[in-house]
Design a protein around this ligand. Structure first.
Ligand SMILES: Cc1cc2nc3c(=O)[nH]c(=O)nc-3n(C[C@H](O)[C@H](O)[C@H](O)COP(=O)(O)OP(=O)(O)OC[C@H]3O[C@@H](n4cnc5c(N)ncnc54)[C@H](O)[C@@H]3O)c2cc1C
Ligand code: FES
Length: 292
């Protein structure tokens, strides 16, 4: 079991957890993720390692509560435990000094982009961060990105904060203003990543996206995270999660992610309480065991 050291909401349904995980913290590189279960009978969910401290032995996860497990996870507080964590998984981001790098995060995608944006800055790039949300409270990590970026542009769909419009419109505006962009990293909902790829394609700008297919084992064995890049089959958990945006088949990715839609909806409606019960029972047993 891994202890939660800190837990706080940083947006509506978006919670930041600092979790004790010394072995993972020691090895983690930007772009990698973990798979966790909150309870023995719970599903395994992949989450990006947003930050880590090798000396103190913790990792940070930022979780958007969208389904049964992530909503149950977001009910946990400091002092609680997650059942198990495996990682770091996946390939680390390819980091080099490209020149000017634009990091684009949509919603919780900002949390996934954050460690790579930080690493790009350390490698000497001029880093421009564009972060989008439906409205002001959905824009996350602005201060953290400001500390590691040369420019930060928050964007909101409703115009309640920052640039009024989509992250792709802000990117287009930068290109139109003559900004010379050498590299783009885009992480967020599939339609957003696909749209970014179409903005940068005519300019020939190297563009990378982090894919988010349904994952099960995270080891390349189950085939659950199959995607198509440059016409070839890849397993996102071991070959990715980052790929060349101009070669990803976003249509198939979107279709595959809808495969379990009915079951996911049923899980959210019917098993929310059940997951709580299983988790609370395990936690109770652990606390009893600790007190003996
Ligand atoms: C490499 C990777 C890194 C990720 N990092 C983060 C992160 O840092 N923060 C965050 O909030 N979310 C992240 N996600 C997405 C997160 O894993 C899903 O939101 C979560 O699994 C949903 O589980 P659920 O039971 O709450 O919802 P469900 O009801 O099971 O699913 C809701 C939606 O989440 C997606 N999903 C479901 N199961 C999985 C799965 N096993 N793997 C991937 N997507 C799934 C599906 O598109 C589905 O429509 C990441 C996904 C991947 C693949
Ligand atoms: S999650 Fe099983 S092959 Fe990738």
């Amino acid at each position: 079991m891994n202890k939660i050291l800190e837990a706080k909401f940083i947006g509506p349904d978006i919670k930041l957890f600092k979790i004790d995980a010394p072995k993972i913290a020691l090895k983690q590189k930007a772009g990698q993720f973990i798979i966790l279960r909150i309870a023995e009978n719970g599903e395994r969910i992949p989450l990006t390692i947003a930050d880590s401290d090798k000396t103190e032995g913790w990792i940070t996860l930022i979780v958007q509560g969208i389904g049964a497990t992530t909503k149950a996870l977001n009910q946990l507080e400091a002092g609680d435990f997650v059942r198990d964590l495996v990682g770091p998984l996946g390939q680390a981001s390819h980091i080099e000094n490209f020149g000017t790098a634009v990091s684009i995060g949509g919603g919780v995608g900002t949390a996934i982009a954050y460690p790579t944006a930080k690493a790009l800055k350390v490698a000497g790039n001029k880093v421009i961060s564009i972060i989008g949300g439906r409205s002001k409270q959905h824009v996350i990590l602005e201060n953290e990105l400001a500390a590691t970026s040369d420019e930060v542009y928050p964007c909101t769909d409703d115009g309640s904060y920052g640039f009024h419009g989509f992250v792709t419109q802000k990117l287009q505006q930068l290109l139109d203003s003559g900004e010379k962009i050498d590299f783009v990293l885009a992480i967020g909902p599939i339609p957003m990543m696909s749209a970014v790829a179409e903005v940068t394609r005519p300019h020939g700008i190297k563009t990378v996206v982090s894919l988010n297919p349904v994952m099960v084992d995270g080891t390349g064995m189950c085939g659950g995270c199959r995607a198509y890049v440059d016409g070839k089959q890849v397993f996102v958990c071991v070959d990715g999660p980052e790929f060349d945006a101009h070669q990803v088949d976003f249509k198939i990715l979107q279709q595959r992610n809808r495969t379990y839609g009915i079951q996911e909806q049923a899980a959210l409606e019917a098993h929310m309480c059940n997951i709580d019960v299983v988790y609370n029972e395990e936690l109770k047993n652990k606390k009893i065991a600790e007190s003996i």
